[in-house]
Design a protein around this ligand. Structure first.
Ligand code: AP5
Length: 214
């Protein structure tokens, strides 16, 4: 049985970066609500009686997409996965309760870094419009500016990576998501990792934590 891993932490802590490595190293599926929602930004959710009619309107404001939309996406993704790394969910206490009814977990990893570092990482992030590869204008620049090293696609800035929206995402994290950490603090596989190190140094600790708990 492949490991069931949950990775938590604020926007920019490196969840996506480390989840990609986990998915490859431990042969598990990377289940990410952010990517799933970005692929469905224009989905019509007006029948759910929500404030906005599409997920994209919440995302571009830095707000959480309604639980009913996200819970259903995660439940479907986990039901077909033989091991997973879950990234971006749960983001509030109700989602944590919903997750409890869907699966058990082997490891709960928590990454963190200082707020100004998170802002620098996110406002400097560039993403390939074709293959989704991640770069950073200063910390991991592409060989040619604006061009993806992996597929030659165009590098773009995510619409929610402007400084104003990043600060709103961080405040939503502090209010809604940080309290969720306490719900996992007694889990046998709970490990806090300093995300304010190089990606390789963070990875050494992430990989070891998963090995220690599976
Ligand atoms: P989502 O896409 O999940 O964004 P996020 O949680 O804000 O996380 P990020 O992807 O921005 O950061 P990350 O921690 O993965 O960092 P990364 O590795 O990319 O969510 C977006 C939106 O979708 C939400 O605002 C919300 O609207 C909606 N949503 C998603 N899930 C939801 C849910 N469950 N409920 C309701 N709504 C939901 O790294 C960032 C940058 O830093 C990169 O450039 C990278 O190269 C660089 N970097 C990474 N690690 C390091 C390091 N160690 N040192 C230096 N640079 C580094």
């Amino acid at each position: 049985m492949n490991p069931k891993i949950l990775i938590l932490g604020p926007p920019g802590a490196g969840k996506g970066t480390q989840s990609d490595r986990l998915a490859t190293a431990f042969e598990v599926e990377h289940v990410t609500t952010g990517d799933a929602l970005r692929a469905n930004k224009g989905m019509d959710i007006s029948e759910m009686d929500t404030e906005y009619d599409t997920p994209g309107e919440y995302m571009d404001d830095g707000e959480l997409v309604p639980d009913a939309v996200v819970d259903a996406m995660v439940e479907e993704a986990l039901s077909g996965a033989d091991g997973f790394v879950l990234d971006g969910y749960p983001r509030n206490e109700d989602q944590a309760e919903a997750l409890q009814g869907m699966t058990d977990l082997d490891v709960v990893l928590v990454l963190d870094a200082p707020e100004e570092e998170l802002v620098d990482r996110l406002t400097g992030r560039r993403v390939c419009d074709d293959c989704g590869a991640n770069f950073h204008v200063e910390f991991s620049p592409p060989k040619a500016a604006g061009v993806c090293d992996q597929c030659g696609g165009d590098l773009i800035q995510r619409e929610d990576d402007t400084e104003e929206t990043v600060r709103e995402r961080l405040s939503v994290y502090a209010e809604d998501t940080e309290p969720v950490l306490a719900l996992y603090a007694d889990h046998d596989g709970y490990v806090e990792i300093d995300g304010d190190q190089s990606p390789d140094d963070v990875w050494d600790e992430v990989r070891q934590a998963v090995r220690d708990h599976t």
